[in-house]
Design a protein around this ligand. Sequence first.
Ligand code: ARG
Length: 461
Amino acid sequence: GDVKLWGGRFASGPAEAMAKLSASTHFDWRLAPYDIAGSRAHARVLHSAGLLTADELERMLAALDTLETDVASGEFTPTIADEDVHTALERGLLERAGVELGGKLRAGRSRNDQVATQFRMWLRDAARRVTAGTLDVVDALVTQAKAHPDAVMPGRTHLQHAQPVLLAHHLLAHAQALLRDVSRLRDWDARTDESPYGSGALAGSSLGLDPEAVAADLGFGAAVENSIDGTASRDFAAEFAFAVAMLGVNLSRIAEEVIIWNTAEFGYVTLDDAWATGSSIMPQKKNPDVAELTRGKSGKLIGNLTGLLATLKAQPLAYNRDLQEDKEPVFDSVAHLELLLPAIAGMVGTLTFHTERMASLAPAGFTLATDIAEWLVRQGVPFRVAHEASGECVRVAESRDVGLDELTDDELAGINPALTPAVREVLTVAGSIASRDAHGGTAPARVAEQLGRVEKRVADA
Ligand code: ARG
C-alpha cells in the first residue's frame, strides 16, 4: 500500500501532477544500496541510544537484508506513488518488518540528511571508478610513449611548427594532465570524507544519537561539524562536477589532436578498425568517432557543472527542494565518462603512428631557428643579436627555398661571423632535441626519467 511520510497533517494525497513533478526514483534509485547501508547504521545508533531493543535491532537488520536482496534482484522496485528512493525503501521496510517495528527507524533522521549522505557515498564510489578509467588512459599513453622512445615530431604553438620534440614527450604531457585530474579527485575525496547523517532535517537530533558512530559505520572519517551545513551544502557535488568536467576537457584535447593527426594533411596516425567507424555512403572513410564523441561529451560535462552551479546559486540555508536537481547532472557526467574512458584508452592504445612522416615534418617550418639563436648565446652572443641573426638565417633560407641546414658556410658567416660551421651540430632534429636536457625537457634521457616517474605514479595511485 501507500506509505505516507506526512499523513497526519494532510486531509488529501497529492494531485497527480504534483506527484509527477515530485518523483525522483527514475534517477535516485541508484542510491538504494547506500540508503539501506544508512538504515543499518541508523538502526545501530537507535539501539545504542536505547530506542531499539536488541531483538528489535536484530529483526530490523534482518528485514533490511531481505530488502537489499529484493532490491538487487529486482523483486522490489519503486512505484509511481513513491516520491523518492528513501520513501520507496521505507515502504519496502514496512512491508518486511511490519509497520510497528519498521516505523521506528524514521526517528531522528530526515530525508534531508539521508540524501546528503548517500549522494556523497555514491559520488565517492563513482570517483574511484572514474579514477581507474582515467589511469587506463594514462596507461595507454605510457604504452605508446614506451613503444616510440626515439620518434620525433614538430612541437607546435598556435598549431604552427615551433620546435622539434619527442612524440613520447608530447604523449606524456597529456598523461601529466590526466594524473592531475586523478589527484584532484583524491583531494576531493578527502574533503568529502564527512557524513551529514544525524543532522536530521537541519538542526541535529534530540534523541541521543551518535553521528560519529554512523559516520564510521558508513566509511566516513568524521561527521559534519554543522548540521545546517550538512544538509544544505552541495559544494562537494559542484567540486566533483568540476573535477570531471576538467577531466572531460583534458580528454577533449587528446581527442582534438587525434582528429587532426588522422587527417590526410597530417597523416600522423592510423586508427585501429575496432576504434573507428565507416561511412554509409563513402566506402573509403575511416572516421575518428571516439575522439569526436569525446569532444562532444566534454561539452555536456561543462554544461552539467554550470547547470549545477546555477541550481545552487542563492539558495537560502538549509534544505530546499531545488536540491533534488543536484543529482542528475553529476550522474550524467559519470555515465558519460564510464562510456568514454574505456573507448579513449582503446583508441589511444591502438593508434599506429607514422613516425617517418612525423620525423620528416619535424624540421619543417624552420623549427631549428631557436637552436641557432641558443647556440650563439652559448658562444657568448647576446640573445637579442642571436635572435636577429637566426631570423636572418630563416629569411635567407626561405628566399632560396632550402632548410636551415642547407645554408652554406659563407651564407652563415655573412649573417654573423660567430656563425661558424660548428653551428651545424644543432641543425639536426636529433641535435636540437638532445640539447634540451634540463629537467622537464624533451631530451631522450629526460623523457625516459619522466616516463619512469609517471609509471610510478600510476602504480602508486
Ligand atoms: N528527494 C529529495 C532530494 O533528492 C530528498 C527529500 C527531501 N524532501 C523534502 N521535502 N525535504 O533532495
